[in-house]
Design a protein. Sequence first.
Length: 445
Amino acid sequence: MKEIVGADTKSKNTNKYDVDGVPPLTEAIPLGLQHIFAMFLGNVAVPIIIAGVVGITGTDLTILVQSAMIMAGVATIIQCYPIWMIGARLPVVMGTSFGFLPTNIVIASSYGISGLLGASLIGGLFGGTLGFFIKKLRRFFPKIVTGTVVLTIGLSLLPTGIVSMAGGSGSENFGSAKNWMVALLVLAIVLILNRYAKGMAKTSSILIGIFIGYMVALPLGMVEFSAIREATWFSVPQPFYFPMEFYWGAILPMLIMFIVTSVETVGDVTAMTTGGAGREPTENELSGSVIANGFTSSLGAIFNSLPNTSFSQNVGMIAFTKVMSRYVVAVGAAFLILAGLIPKIGALVSTMPPAVIGGATVIIFSQITLTGIDILTSEPLNERAKIIIGLSLVFGLGLSQVPDAMNAFPEVIKLLFGGSGITIACFVAIVLNLVIPEDSMKEAA
């Protein structure tokens, strides 16, 4: 495959914040840490939830969390600096995906962690293979589809941001004035710096807001340090710590989920290049991102990590800061790997109160939503487009908020569509785009 990306970006990028730009470490470290703080809690939450489902505790739980951090860092670096055709050559941040969570829970409940990792290995190989055919598959993902997927991703994440601002799901003081005060303080700091500051104060506004919010949360008793005391100083991941087992009942739903998350990755990459660079992604970028999405998940399964995929909140951060440097994201990924090798570092980051993270990420989520709108409105919306977008959102967001509406459906249907508005919206958009002819609903002149 001809290397388009390298030639284009190297000839056009002159700014240190462009894709191939290399800011000095004094800038790259804080900018990279912004990305890690935005995704850290979400990345480790998935293995913790799965561990609770199958009854994993103690050292085994530590292994799962450690593996999630290290393999997310490795997968992110591969996206930034590809190996052969594996990777987008873009600042794509990877992590264990909430999109897989409903399927992971069902598989883990029936086949245990060994069955889940075995399904992840096979599913990742399948998902990576899909990336090699992206040129033929891309006709199924015109702007009307990718824009709808990106918009749905953004809208689906907004409640997550609000939950975090209120203190996080399951918090004893959920919705308290203290949580909202800290969250709104972080939000205000980020907005003011991004709007009125210059230089590093502007581009690192999210990190500054998080740091100040953390300092304010300390005397308010919102930070718990017990995790740091319990964490070890150094730990190396062991391949096949959990032996793999293979069951068709686990593999088949995982294959379907990798199709779904491949579409989501296409949407994320499209949103990234649109929001951060003002252009459409190349076929090499889309292909490399999907290939890496799958193959790094298979690699992760070997090292006890659950499936990885692109993190949408980091796409929103790029749209907000306009920092597209893959070097910056790779520096952040190196810190993520370090946090996995030195668990006390990971434990320190995990003490960040949800309200602090929520105050920063709610802005990022809003940017994803707006990027979806930008993609959809880059061309005039005719009646055909409005119907496709409208019905995709109706079924995507509607059914995901009323899962009981699908009680009469077979379990496999509920498994695939009952927990993800993104999956439903993507499916509806693809189908309607195929069945409604282009010229069937022209507006009257």
